[in-house]
Design a protein around this ligand. Structure first.
Ligand code: GDP
Length: 388
């Protein structure tokens, strides 16, 4: 995982924290790249020698503001320094690269697509992007940056997974506190998704586990993806304990199994029809992956099969995969749905519209301000002469 820019670095940092907390082992190696020294210093979990400061000769560690063209330029100039950090990781052990960035700013917005292009040229492993769209209240320049970066980033990665800050914004919250919660949400969803592909030693083998190749196959073919999530609290039973012995009669078990199946199908609906990381119409999604995570006694094949069928009907896709992810100790059953190749996304069209307006306004303002300055500096009838 490589976090580009402030948002990218913070999210990757959070993935590492999640990894440490849950033992998911989803992050084989992590790096952060930035033009702003202070942002790199604020990270907690990414190793110091994996924090790469680029553009020192150009911006002296102070960042690029919200200038994503400068961000892209610097990334290109200093790509060797980024490669230096990647050289120290055993790439043959990773399933894929994930480049994470906020698309509304400067460094990540400009740099992430440059890095993705570079990685794709050098390695055979898939290169995915996790792009964060700005809130609509952030203003025209952020929207314009995001729209341009989105277009470029999609082209350079094997798949762009998108998280839209706008859909997750809460009113009346400080921006910092808001991001904290939003980042938790990002890491929870993608953590379970990526964690499902990591079978660890000693882990209970589920009836139909998700393998990393299924995630890769769902993401293959490119385009844009979104992720849905729903969870329900459950009481975990320790196998062979008192509860399981008490429930040792057939009727109860059948009831239980029907209940488990129903719980799963309703979780699948909630995840697909609830708030997605990028809100969109799920009909027309090209591929989907359904992951059911939780204590093994709450997972069953029938539930997943029903959920999968339902998703096939809703999306019209013939490629809906599904599987278990046995996950103990969290006290919940959760469904994560990856919808890949979505194309009916009104939010992107709206973003582009606002971006075009912002671009036109910016051009106009620039022209006007040139004229205004001219008018101010030169005297009315051109009687004065400049020194040189
Ligand atoms: P950069 O450092 O120049 O790449 O820019 P930033 O990453 O600071 O900001 C880019 C965009 O990312 C902003 O416009 C916000 O929409 C978003 N952003 C910034 N920080 C966070 C964060 O911690 N979490 C999330 N989800 N979004 C963020």
């Amino acid at each position: 995982m490589i976090g580009f820019g402030q948002a990218g670095g913070k999210v990757v940092d959070k993935f590492l924290e999640y990894d440490k907390r849950t033992g998911s082992e989803i992050v084989r190696a992590a790096a952060a790249v930035n033009t702003a020294k202070a942002d790199l210093m604020g990270l907690e979990h990414i190793a110091e020698d994996q924090r790469v400061l680029i553009g020192q000769s150009r911006v002296k560690g102070h960042g690029v503001g919200a200038d994503n063209e400068l961000g892209a330029e610097i990334a290109e100039e200093d790509i060797d320094e980024v490669q230096g950090a990647i050289d120290s990781i055993p790439v043959h052990e990773v399933d894929a690269f994930l480049v994470v960035a906020g698309l509304g700013g400067g460094t990540g917005s400009g740099g992430a697509p440059v890095l993705a292009k570079h990685l794709k040229r050098i390695y055979t492993e898939p290169v995915y992007g996790l792009g964060i769209l700005p809130g609509s209240d952030e203003g025209g320049i952020y929207t314009l940056n995001a729209a341009r970066s989105f277009q470029t980033f999609v082209r350079e990665v094997d798949n762009l997974m998108v998280f839209d800050n706008d859909a997750w914004r809460k009113t009346g919250e400080s921006v910092q506190g808001g991001y904290e919660e939003i980042n938790e949400e990002i890491v929870r969803r993608f953590g379970i998704l990526f964690g499902a592909g990591e079978i660890q030693q000693g882990q209970e083998v589920a009836e139909s586990v998700v393998d990393s190749s299924e995630i890769i196959n769902t993401l293959s073919g490119g385009g844009v993806s979104t992720v849905g999530y729903a969870e329900e609290e459950v009481e975990e039973r320790s196998s062979g304990g008192l509860l399981s012995r008490l429930r040792d009669d057939g009727d109860d078990e059948e009831l239980d199994s029907a209940h488990t199946t129903n719980r799963i199908t309703s979780l699948v609906r909630k995840a697909a029809l609830g708030r997605l990381t990028l809100p969109c119409e799920i009909e027309g999604a090209e591929r989907a992956l359904l992951v059911l995570a939780g204590p093994p006694e709450y997972l069953n094949r029938k539930g997943i099969e029903r959920g999968r069928k339902w998703l096939e009907e809703q999306t019209g896709s013939m490629e809906v995969r599904g599987g278990d992810y046995p996950y103990r100790g969290a006290g919940f059953v959760a469904t994560v749905i990856l919808l890949a190749g979505v194309t009916n996304v009104p939010r992107i069209k709206e973003l582009q519209q606002v971006a075009i307006e912002a671009q036109d306004n910016l051009d106009e303002i620039r022209e006007e301000s040139d004229e205004n300055l001219d008018e101010l500096v030169s005297d009315d009838s051109d009687e004065l002469e400049s020194l040189f």
